[in-house]
Ligand binder design. Structure first.
Ligand SMILES: NC(=O)c1ccc[n+]([C@@H]2O[C@H](COP(=O)([O-])OP(=O)(O)OC[C@H]3O[C@@H](n4cnc5c(N)ncnc54)[C@H](O)[C@@H]3O)[C@@H](O)[C@H]2O)c1
Ligand SMILES: [Zn+2]
Length: 367
């Protein structure tokens, strides 16, 4: 199990991260160390369905009294409406500045819990028990939180470190395969930009039998947590290094937006974006065939094809330009020089178009 306490300089905060098999059993010790007047748990219906008795145990296991609020599952919960619901509930239940708010769920619950905690009484402490792979290796780490507006995703939020993040692989037993894939796509990205050893673990995981997978995924989570932590510690405000985590995301975000966030999930769109980025890297940065083949194989294990047959590269390019607020110039992409060696490289429309076309030829079809 990985158990470490990290100091963030600004805003000054300590965060204890516990990851791997058995991590959830540490909640009691985490909460008793930070001390609190009352403990409040926010979760969603799916997580509550599977883990209700465990959530009650969390509450009974600590000395401070509290309650559980169960929100609907899904992206629409990341809204002012549910932020208000959390705040009203906290007030009604007698929360004060010494209370702790604990989010138990995927990225949606982590994001709204962090934001609700950051804004209630100008900030109360919060902790996150991440129950999806995406939350464990990405959303719960780094302190970014927030909600969506009808016209834009993740547009309102703050950066506030939780006092603790708990990432226990046990929760993944009940997770749907498509949600597991979302996290795997981000892990493939992390390996490509930062870690050959994570790459080896993912290769091993994808070719392993079901009975070995929990042990392997536990190791993958621990590595993923360490890698994300390493990046956010060096760049808490996303001014430089953290950009490498955008590998595959420039195209991915455009594909999500073009499909009005209904056609492709984030992980699927990023996986497709990574194929384009690998192809661009091969052409512009002489990326070796072995790395291209590795990335392609990992993505093939996750997704057989992408619904991109009718999408014109010009349309994707327009959305990328709009996102980056560029009119004419080239766009800066995160590309790869070699495995785990990212580079920021400018890309022209013509270069993008031919790489996108190549991906379309071999990957379009029904997902
Ligand atoms: N703050 C950040 O840095 C950051 C980073 C990445 C993603 N995010 C955000 O995270 C969100 C996506 O996160 P997600 O993929 O975890 O989505 P999610 O929270 O919607 O969870 C996916 C689904 O799995 C269910 N679920 C959660 N845990 C479960 C479990 N253990 N067993 C069974 N079902 C379970 C949920 O109810 C939901 O239906 C997006 O809103 C995204 O913007 C934030
Ligand atoms: Zn992502």
């Amino acid at each position: 199990m990985y158990d470490t306490t990290v100091k963030f300089p600004f805003p000054a905060a300590h965060c204890r991260l516990v990851a791997g098999q058995g991590a959830a059993s540490k909640l009691r010790s985490v909460v008793s160390k930070v001390g609190c007047s009352t403990m409040f748990i926010v979760t969603d219906r799916n997580v509550n369905k599977h883990y209700e008795s465990q959530l009650r145990e969390y509450l009974n296991g600590v000395r401070c009294p509290g309650d559980i609020l169960v929100l609907p599952a899904g992206e629409r919960t990341k809204s002012y409406r549910y932020q208000l619901k959390i705040h009203d509930w906290l007030l009604k239940k007698g929360a004060d500045r010494e209370s702790i708010l604990i989010g138990v769920g995927g990225g949606v619950i982590c994001d709204i819990t962090g934001f609700a905690a950051a804004t209630f009484m100008r900030g109360i402490r919060h902790a996150l028990i991440a129950t999806t792979l995406v939350a464990q290796i990405d959303a719960a780490i780094g302190g970014k939180n927030g909600i969506n507006l009808p016209a834009a995703k993740n547009i309102v939020g703050t950066i506030k470190q939780p006092v603790s993040v708990i990432a226990d692989s046990m929760f993944l037993r009940t997770l749907r395969p498509q949600h597991l894939r979302e996290g795997m796509a981000e892990l493939v990205k992390m390996a490509l930009v930062k870690s050959a050893s994570l790459g080896k673990l993912i290769t091993h995981y994808q070719s392993s039998h079901a009975e070995d997978r929990e042990e392997l995924i536990s190791r993958i989570i621990q590595q993923g947590v360490k890698l994300k932590l390493d990046v956010v510690r060096k760049d808490p405000f996303e001014s430089g290094l953290r950009k490498i985590l955008n590998f595959g995301h420039t195209t991915g975000h455009a594909l999500e937006a073009l499909g009005k966030y209904r056609q492709m999930t984030h992980g699927r769109a990023v996986a497709c974006g990574m194929l384009v980025a690998l192809e661009l890297s091969r052409r512009l940065c002489s990326l070796d065939d072995e790395t291209v083949a590795w990335g392609t194989k990992r993505i093939r294990e996750l997704y057989r094809s992408f619904p991109i047959a009718g999408i014109s590269p010009d349309g994707v390019w327009e959305v990328i330009k709009r996102d980056k607020k560029r009119v004419r110039e080239q766009i800066r992409f995160v590309l790869l020089e070699s495995f785990a060696k990212p580079v920021i490289h400018t890309v022209t429309e013509r270069q993008f178009r031919s790489s996108f076309d190549r991906v379309t030829k071999s990957w379009s079809g029904k997902p």
